[in-house]
Design a protein around this ligand. Structure first.
Ligand SMILES: N[C@@H](CCC(=O)N[C@@H](CS)C(=O)NCC(=O)O)C(=O)O
Length: 217
């Protein structure tokens, strides 16, 4: 069996969530950290849309949406039960949370980040838009340790990289924001060795480089 190849980018939240799922699923891939200004032909050939992450399964199948990579990995093996297979009724709700994150929250977050970068007057307005999404999560985290319940699920790892981005836009504001449970949840993830492993920096890949094995050792 050939080892799948993951085209990735260290700081990309979509690639980050796919790496987290691969680690939690104890899968092994060859990691290719790419240069976004010089995307490799090998990647564009299998996924012309040119976004990361892209997973080349090596059998002609290619997965180029981060959530699909997460679900693929956890379908191979899910030792921490991130898919909550004990309770099938949760699955649609989980996918709905992720969809809302990717559409509503990410849209507001991009505006908030840009407003902050360019010292735009709308920064607080966009931050409030983000908080409309974050408050229900804060409320959930006041009731249980993770978003869907007492155990972590796909949702936690799918939205974690975006909450991380949010927390870093205005660190001073975030530190005193009315989001204490969200802060504790984020710190708990940072303290997890799997998170550190997902964030290890690798040299940019070019054709002919020695393969970097990522995941299950
Ligand atoms: N819907 C895609 C979005 C992936 C995405 O937008 N990734 C960004 C990097 S964080 C990207 O590749 N953008 C294309 C570019 O910058 O050229 C997914 O979930 O995988």
């Amino acid at each position: 069996m050939t080892t799948p190849i993951l085209y990735s980018l260290r700081q990309c939240p979509y690639a980050m969530r796919s790496r987290l799922a691969i680690l939690h699923a104890r899968q092994t891939v060859i990691l290719r950290d790419i240069d976004m200004n010089n995307k490799p032909e090998e990647m564009l050939l299998i996924s012309p849309k040119g976004t990361v992450p892209v997973l080349d399964l090596g059998d002609g199948k290619v997965i180029d949406e981060s959530i699909d990579i997460m679900v693929w990995a956890l379908t191979q093996s899910d030792p921490s039960n991130l898919l909550y297979s004990h309770d099938d009724t949760q699955r649609p709700a989980m996918l709905e949370w992720i969809k809302n994150n990717d559409v509503a929250f990410v849209g507001a977050l991009q505006k908030y980040r840009a407003a902050s970068r360019y010292h735009d007057d709308n920064k607080e307005e966009y931050r409030d838009m983000c908080c409309k999404w974050l408050m229900p999560i804060e409320q959930r985290l006041s009731q249980h340790a993770y978003i869907m319940g007492e155990q972590p699920s796909l949702v936690d790892y799918a939205i974690l990289p975006f909450i991380r981005q949010f927390s870093r836009v205005d660190k001073k504001w975030y530190a005193q924001a009315p989001l204490p449970n969200l802060r504790a949840w984020l710190i708990k993830h940072y303290d997890d060795p799997t998170f550190s492993k997902a964030m290890v920096s690798h040299p940019k890949w070019k054709t002919g480089d020695e393969p970097i094995v990522f995941g299950n050792e």
